[in-house]
Structures are given as C-alpha cells and as structure tokens.
Design a protein around this ligand. Sequence first.
Ligand code: 6GU
Length: 225
Amino acid sequence: MRIDIITVVPDLLKSPFEASILKRAIEKNLVEIHFHNLRDYTTLSYKQIDDYQYGGGAGMVMMIEPIDKCISKLKSERSYDEVIYLTPDGEVLNQNMSNSLSLKGNLIMLCGHYKGVDQRVRDLFITKEISIGDYVLSGGELAAAVLCDSIIRLIPGVLGNETSALTDAFQDNLLSPPIYTRPSNYKGYEVPDILLSGHKKKIDDWRDEKALQRTKDRRPDLLEE
Ligand code: 6GU
C-alpha cells in the first residue's frame, strides 16, 4: 500500500509514523507514506494557499489551484483507489471503513485546514470524505494519522500475531472483554478464576458473555446495527 498525504503542516503528521507499529510496517515495506507540503505547489507570493471566502464571513478557505497541482502530479505518476478528504462533515469513520480501505493499493489523503477547501476541490477530486468523530480538530492532520493507523494495522504482516487484528474490539461490532496479566493476585484484587482454569471453551464463553455485557452497557447502538 502507498499513502500520499497532502498537508500544510507536515510536521504535525510525521511522528506517528516514526515509532512502534507504523514504523515497523514502513520498515517491512508493507506500506509507503509520502508527505506533500501544499505550499510547494503554489505559484503565489508568500507561498499563499488560502484566501478569503466569496460572500464574506470569517475564516480562510484553501484554494483549488495548489491542491489541483499536487493531486494532478500524483495522478500522473500512478493510479489511486481513493482520494480522501479529512473533514468534520465527512462520513464518521468506523471499523468497516478501515477494513475496506486496508484492502486498497494507493490512497491520497487531503488534510483540511482553516474553514476547509473550496467546494470545487470536493466536487472534482475527492472520492471519499471522512471524519473521525463529532468534535472539531484544528486541522485534518491528526485525523489522517488516526485513519492511517487504523488502516495500516490491518494490512497482513503488520501485526506480529496474525490473528490479533481479528480479535480487536469492534471487529464483530462488540467491545472487548476485560483482560488481565500477572500477578493473579494484586493486593487482594484477583483475576477471575475462569481465566486461570485452562478450560479453553469455558474461557471463550466467559469472554463472549463479558464482551456482550460490556457492549450492552456502554454501546447498545452497536448491537442495533
Ligand atoms: Cl477529519 N478534521 C477536523 N478538522 N476535525 C475533525 C475531523 C477531521 N474529524 C473529527 N473532527
């Protein structure tokens, strides 16, 4: 997989890819990440990439020309499966969307800033608009990092234990059951006996029951889907 990220603040985005699982995925050549600074694609003075909005109103709007130049250059070099715009008014990200994006080859992610991009960018270039939740971030960069993480960890070979992505919370629209590790007794607080019993079937049943109960308590909406 190859992901091209277009941003005005590449510095905001770099560190998530320089540690832990994402770093290892890049080192194993399972994914390539390329950053593109939108300011490198403007022909205007002071590397301007935004301007006031027509019709008036507070807030700057990202102009179409630098975005067109950047996306067109990328598309002239290879084909892309999706051109994603990160925006709070996009479709809210869920595990199903990450699962299906993890099967794609090449992706472009455009990070919105200020008030967002000129509507013509969305009409002409964008194939998918994604939000990471109902709250507002200063820009799409952190959202792009979240989206990349959720996708990349699903690429086969990225996680050490091949099965572990399949047992994630949300993979069956269920939250995860409680988990424990050593010691079995900490200051009198004990691990449930069943987990120490060695009965595989009973343990699986216990986990299923706890996952269902937790989902009923915390996220009943997941069970209705
Ligand atoms: Cl994708 N962008 C911004 N600016 N805020 C957000 C978001 C995206 N998703 C949730 N909030």
